[in-house]
Design a protein around this ligand. Structure first.
Ligand SMILES: N[C@@H](CCC(=O)N[C@@H](CS)C(=O)NCC(=O)O)C(=O)O
Length: 228
């Protein structure tokens, strides 16, 4: 059975978890503490310490660069999900880069404002040290002060997605593609604390999100049956 090694508020883990749920394939979640990557390190033979990673029998699957989508492409090929059709190659790469930089870069700060509510007490020291080493001392407090502005900027940066959804059920197509799951995961991190909702004005985005919560592959024809 496929195993997803993760921690629950990680945006990139939420992407892969939703893809797995969508597929209907059985899978198991192996939760690790954010600060203890020893399992990841061991499984990847000292080549990676990030999350998520997948274990599927003898294969261990992980990203090879900031620009790779190795895990999603592995799941797509194995489970025939139709997430990366050739006709959307290139466009999807542009869109997911925007999602993983412009949207993720604000979403995680807003969620981190409430870090004490979701990071277990035993992990808080490591969490705070990791953040402050990367973003400077007092960074989370700064994000709390900037919260209102960050929310406004996030709403602006989400506007192109609202526009993409005005005439289509999914971002690029009539069925969900990788970028739908990518945006869903990054927003899943933003929504994780429970203190936020999606921007009020973005009606189509809210409806899309409600659909994405429960979407199942079995509701869509297999791509190869459409184009044998
Ligand atoms: N592009 C990678 C990014 C993964 C990533 O940045 N994961 C974070 C957690 S959300 C991580 O493990 N960072 C390394 C660290 O925390 O030491 C992916 O899509 O999986």
């Amino acid at each position: 059975m496929i195993e997803l090694i993760q921690f629950p508020w990680s945006p990139f883990c939420i992407v892969q978890r939703r893809i797995l749920e969508f597929s209907g394939a059985p899978f198991k979640i192996i939760g690790i503490p954010n600060w203890d990557r020893s399992l990841v390190w061991r499984l990847t033979r000292q080549r990676y310490y990030g999350v998520p990673i997948l274990r599927d029998g003898k294969s261990v699957v992980f990203e090879v660069s900031e620009e790779s989508q190795v895990i999603a492409k592995y799941l797509d090929a194995k489970l025939e999900l139709g997430l990366f059709p050739w006709e959307l190659e290139g466009v999807q790469s542009l869109v997911w880069r925007y999602i993983e930089s412009e949207i993720e870069g604000i979403a995680f700060k807003l969620n981190d404002v409430y870090w004490k509510e979701f990071v277990p007490a035993a992990e808080r020291l490591h969490f705070l040290r990791h953040k402050e080493r990367k973003f400077g001392r007092g960074c989370i407090e700064q994000w709390r002060v900037q919260q209102k502005d960050l929310r406004q900027v996030l709403a602006q940066k989400l506007l192109p997605f609202e526009e993409m959804l005005m005439r289509k059920p999914f971002l690029l197509d009539q069925r969900p593609r990788f970028v739908d799951f990518d945006l869903y995961g990054i927003l899943g991190n933003f929504l994780y604390s429970g203190h936020y909702g999606l921007p009020r004005a973005h009606d189509h985005l809210k409806r899309w999100h409600a659909r994405m919560n429960y979407l199942q592959l079995k509701s869509f024809a297999r791509e190869k049956d459409l184009h044998p």
